[in-house]
Design a protein around this ligand. Structure first.
Ligand code: FEO
Length: 394
């Protein structure tokens, strides 16, 4: 399917309706797309990014349909294989093409794809490439989400091609975003899963793209945006230091005691006017946990005791939180045990990268008793006090 973005600019990439998993861990409930953009100038033709190698047939068919006989430049904004993996195949089909990218991306692609060094044209910040009536300008936007990521700006048509940045895992035949609630959710999920750890750097990159004043933002996953303010403002909200008056409780309960503690905490937090999201770590998937983490103030990990420590699902949740580095300000641990264990010690060790205040843990023996409920109530009060201190309570 070819999708026209502007005169002489086409999305010739592939839609992957069937894919359910990315990086062998990230669920793709809406599939995804690998957008590759053909830019036809009066003198030269460029292709911005490619597709997953398994989807090359779609890309080549689209190029054939547009009767593309020659590609002069393959612009590579990002070395990850869902965008670069098709380049070796393109070089076979269009041997005259040069791969245009920054030095770091070139090095990655020589390692990852074995593209020979003499096939590269290295560009840097602010460099441009003239295609004849269409000028491509390169803007370095590192850490969205690899160190080499960059964006390409088509000056005359005012289109920013941002690759993963501002993207969403959504298989859609729409050229431009239309169902905004749906796309907001998918873009937030994508941000949460891979961009969130690089929040500070992304803030700078948002400013760089905003300074271009693009009329269109065309990422390499999901639909393009004819109103860039929508996705730019969403990114500003997610990357800002502001958090909501919300607690995310991630729990696993083997025989119901921890669940009772969670239920009590939910009720007590409600009494304190604190909003709550609860995820059962047995059934919740990474995408949902990640999205929940984007703007909560407090994360609570609640676990049964297993093999003298936390349940492995709780360790997984702690590890994921530690890796995604959400902007939460407070973390708490709670749970139930039968005869002891190293739950707190092990979970703490897995949360070391977070700059948060760790609340005094609440661990209880067996089923919660009256005095345990009092402790949980105090725990809820402490969380609410922290929220008030932090000014997140409206
Ligand atoms: Fe869509 Fe980082 O690759």
């Amino acid at each position: 399917m070819i999708r026209k973005i502007a005169e002489g600019v086409y999305n010739v990439g592939a839609i992957d309706w069937e894919r359910t998993l990315f990086d062998e861990i990230v669920p793709l409930p809406q599939g995804t797309s690998y957008n590759a953009y053909l830019v036809i100038g009066e003198k030269k033709t460029a292709l911005i990014d490619s597709v997953e190698p398994e989807k090359m047939e779609q890309l080549l068919r689209n190029l054939e349909e547009l009767k593309v006989k020659r590609i002069d430049y393959i612009i590579s904004n990002h070395a990850e294989q869902d965008h670069s993996g098709g380049i070796p195949y393109l070089l076979e089909r269009y041997p005259e093409a040069m791969v245009v990218t920054n030095q770091k991306c070139k090095e990655f692609e020589m390692d990852l794809l074995h593209i020979p060094e003499d096939k590269f044209m290295v560009i840097g910040e602010g460099d441009s490439l003239e295609l004849g009536g269409k000028t491509l300008k390169f803007v370095m936007t590192p850490w969205v989400h690899w160190p080499e990521t960059m964006s390409t700006f088509l000056v005359e048509d005012s289109i920013a091609f941002t690759c993963d940045f501002f993207g969403s895992h959504a298989a859609t035949s729409h050229t431009f975003a239309e169902e905004y609630d749906h796309i907001y959710h998918e873009a937030k999920r994508y941000y949460a899963e891979i961009m969130m750890p690089f929040r500070q750097i992304i803030t700078r990159n948002i400013r760089k793209i905003e300074a271009l004043q693009p009329n269109i933002i065309a990422p390499s996953h999901g639909p393009a945006y004819r109103d860039p303010g929508f996705i730019i403002n969403a990114y500003k909200e997610w990357t800002s230091p502001n958090t909501k008056n919300e607690v995310l409780i991630l729990y696993v309960s083997m025989h119901g005691s921890t669940k009772k503690m969670v239920d009590a905490l939910v009720n007590y937090l409600g009494d304190e006017d604190v909003q709550v999201k609860v995820r059962d770590l047995v059934t919740a998937n990474l995408g949902e946990i990640a999205i929940d983490m984007v703007d909560v103030t407090t994360i609570i990990i609640a676990t049964s005791t297993m093999l003298a420590g936390p349940h492995p699902n709780a360790v997984y949740a702690a590890y994921i939180a530690n890796a995604l580095k959400p902007k939460a300000k407070v973390v708490g641990i709670m749970g139930s045990y039968g005869w002891g264990g190293r739950t707190v010690e092990i979970l703490k060790a897995n949360l070391g990268a977070l700059r948060v205040e760790l609340l005094e843990p609440v661990l209880i023996k067996g089923l919660p008793k009256e005095e345990d409920y009092k402790r949980i109530k105090e725990f809820a009060k402490k969380i609410a006090d922290k929220h008030r201190e932090l000014g997140v309570v409206k």
